[in-house]
Structures are given as C-alpha cells and as structure tokens.
Design a protein around this ligand. Sequence first.
Ligand SMILES: [Zn+2]
Ligand SMILES: [Zn+2]
Length: 111
Amino acid sequence: MRDRRNSLHKRPGSGKIDGNKSFEDLLRKTRKSTSSVNSYRERSLKIHGLICAKCGREFTHKNRHLLTVHHKDGNYRNNPSDGSNWENLCVYCHEDEHSRGLFGDYLGDEK
Ligand SMILES: [Zn+2]
Ligand SMILES: [Zn+2]
C-alpha cells in the first residue's frame, strides 16, 4: 500500500507573493522623490524665467542647464508651489552665494 500520491499533490493558490509588495512600494517611493526634484526646478524656471536673479544674465533652452535653483532659506525641502523660496541663479552666482555664507569671515578681511 502506498499513500504517497496524496502528499505529492500540490494545492493551487497557496503561493506566497506578499513579500514582493513592500519592495515594489519602496521602489515607487524612491522614484517619486527623484521626480519631484526635477519638477520644482522646472517650476522655478517657469515662474521666474530663464534669467539669473543676481547678475541678470539671460539663458536660452540651449544653455539653461547652467541655470540652477537656489533655495532662499537654504532648506531644499521647502518648496512652496508659488516659488517664493526659489531663486534662479546661474552656476557662477550660485557658487558665490554659497561660498559667501561659508567663507563670509574670510571675504571681510580681503581689503
Ligand atoms: Zn548669475
Ligand atoms: Zn543654493
């Protein structure tokens, strides 16, 4: 007598796929956060125009990658949709803006 046939029989619908769900969720979240960074830049350029707020240099679609978005309060997470915390600065002015905050004491000694 053999009873093996019974134990070999697989029951359908007992597979576990719950483990994949959280991983997918994580992926989606990561994607969302990176895309929001790009969108605030596009928004700021649209609101303030392709022009540096400091030196007044104008940019076109060809060299607009040289125009960056500066956060006035220094908090890159503070992104109000009306653009009140954004300033469009060319890469040169943007660098200057940040080096001033960091090396303000050195600059004061220059003259
Ligand atoms: Zn500039
Ligand atoms: Zn900045």
